[in-house]
Design a protein around this ligand. Sequence first.
Ligand SMILES: [Zn+2]
Length: 88
Amino acid sequence: MNNKSEQLTLIPKIYCSLFGHDYQVTKKVTYHVKEYTCCHCKKQLTTNSNGKLIELTPKFKEINDILERIHSKRMMRLKRKTITSSIY
Ligand SMILES: [Zn+2]
């Protein structure tokens, strides 16, 4: 029984090593930084400051959370600005 379930969890990894990962955007952090998850093996990637794809480690998750907070704050401020400038 145990062996069978172990084999089942290995299948997505074998699939990915044969056909490559199938990444889908799971989170938009900023315009340039996104988080990706492979829909087969659940491997996570993110864009780093150089625009390259790297593995999403807990440290990068933390950085992305901070980036996202800064980004959304900036967007709110921008929205407010455009609203007031359209009024006046
Ligand atoms: Zn994969």
